[in-house]
Design a protein around this ligand. Structure first.
Ligand SMILES: [Zn+2]
Ligand SMILES: [Zn+2]
Length: 285
């Protein structure tokens, strides 16, 4: 199918372009020095990207875009049953899907079993462009199911779903960048998009910081819904990245990361695991 073929090319070329641009920026002007072997981290994180790409293509060959196409043809979902200007459906769909992804991210922190999967993203001991694509394959599958369900209910234009997915992938690489953005520019950008400084707070080992700044594209949900935290207490250079119970890079191999949700120590981040307590006593990471 030529449409799906060109869609795959669009995704791949944009992924490669943004990835290379961020990798170059990080190599030329990194914000934080690596605390662990970058070669080891990158080989693991990129292997996870490869596994996830294969898993998704095998189990969800048409992905959310294919479901959006089906929904348009069958008149499924809200927007396929109301008359709205195309631009409004398009923008509204991108914004609504972003809210869904925000809520899903909050859920992955709140529910202990989901946090077990999401720990793989947070257990990275450094924070850079490759962290932005490091998710356990089961989390990737669950995200695709949630997105697909949202598409069936919403009935968005096909192009809006593709735009949203490409945007999410690109902003995820941007906002995990180990890059320095001048404070004034960062403040201005934060009105429109989640910046690396904003999302880095979310990768702090301090639970109250981990459980803040859940947005990926739009920074508004955190501000509106009360999960926004401007800066890490220890500063961007002094903060510790990762999860408190996983500090040894030698124990974070590819095999162990894939097994982490099933065998790893869940710690005290998720609801019901002491996450809400203890937090108040933290002063620094
Ligand atoms: Zn998270
Ligand atoms: Zn992240």
């Amino acid at each position: 199918m030529t449409a799906l073929h060109s869609e795959a090319w669009t995704r791949l070329s944009l992924f490669a372009g943004v990835f290379l641009a961020m990798a170059l920026w990080e190599a030329l002007a990194p914000l934080r020095p690596s605390s662990t072997s970058k070669a080891k981290r990158w080989s693991i994180n990129l292997a996870i990207v490869g596994i996830n790409t294969i898993v998704l293509r095998v189990l969800f060959p048409t992905a959310a875009v294919g479901v959006a196409w089906l929904a348009v043809r069958r008149d499924w979902g809200l927007l396929n049953n109301v008359e709205l200007p195309y631009w409004l459906s398009f923008v509204g769909s991108v914004v609504a899907l972003d809210l869904v992804v925000y809520l899903q991210h909050v859920l992955f922190h709140a529910v202990p079993a989901l946090w077990r999967l999401h720990m793989v993203h947070h257990a990275d001991l450094d924070f850079d462009v490759t962290t932005g694509n490091r998710f356990h394959p089961i989390e990737i599958l669950l995200s695709m199911l949630v997105k697909t369900a949202a598409v069936v209910v919403l009935g968005p234009p096909v192009a809006a779903v593709l735009a949203f997915e490409v945007l999410l992938n690109a902003t995820s690489m941007f906002n995990h960048g180990n890059v320095r953005i001048p404070a004034g520019l960062d403040r201005a950008l934060r009105f429109l998009i989640v910046t690396p400084d904003m999302h880095r707070v979310h990768h702090s080992v301090v639970p109250v910081e981990t459980n803040s700044n859940f947005g990926f594209n739009l920074p508004w949900w955190d501000r509106i819904l009360g999960t926004y935290r401007a800066q890490p207490r220890a500063g961007h250079l002094g903060m510790t990245i990762g999860i408190r119970q996983f500090r040894d890079q030698k124990r974070l191999t590819l095999g162990r990361l894939l097994a982490l949700p099933f065998v790893g120590d869940i710690g005290s981040y998720a609801f019901g695991n002491g996450g809400a307590k203890g937090v108040e006593f933290e002063t620094r990471g």
